[in-house]
Design a protein around this ligand. Structure first.
Ligand code: MN
Length: 149
């Protein structure tokens, strides 16, 4: 796990975002957060705690709260765990400039994980139940599909 890419994209003197710190997970309960990110294009950032960081995916459309809706999710750089509490405004001229709102947050259970598949049971206010992230086999190497199962 590395926050190198996260660090490289940001100037911490100029953005209120948390600095790059890898923390040991505090226990069995993992956290997830979904940010509604009003950047140049509105998108949602799904973040799952894994190995001391938040694995992150940018989801161009609102995450599904019901089954039978599949969303593209583009994997982006790992974020520090502290990002789960971050909301605010990333100032103009910085990476990801715009308003960042916590859209949903909660604990989750990791049910299955391999390099191409993550199954998680989310306990959020909006996202509840079992969700899958499946790596797409075509096109963008960072492309995944996110949906409720
Ligand atoms: Mn984003």
């Amino acid at each position: 796990m590395s926050l190198k890419a996260y660090k490289k994209k940001r100037k911490f003197a100029k953005t209120p975002e948390p600095s790059a710190t890898i923390k040991k997970s505090s226990g069995k309960k993992l956290i997830f957060v979904v940010h509604e990110h009003h950047a140049s294009h509105l998108h949602w950032d799904l973040r799952l705690e894994m190995d001391g960081v938040l694995k992150s995916w940018a989801v161009p459309k609102i995450p599904p709260i019901t089954k039978n809706i599949k969303r593209l999710a583009i994997q982006v750089e790992d974020h520090p765990l502290a990002y789960a509490n971050f909301h605010g405004i990333i100032p103009e001229g910085n990476y990801g400039a715009g308003k960042m709102i916590i859209w949903d947050k909660g604990k989750y259970n990791l049910l299955d994980k391999n390099p191409k598949k993550i199954i998680a049971e989310l306990h959020g206010k909006k996202l509840k139940g079992k969700y899958a992230l499946i790596k797409t086999s075509y096109g963008n190497k960072k492309g995944w599909l996110f949906f409720k199962i």
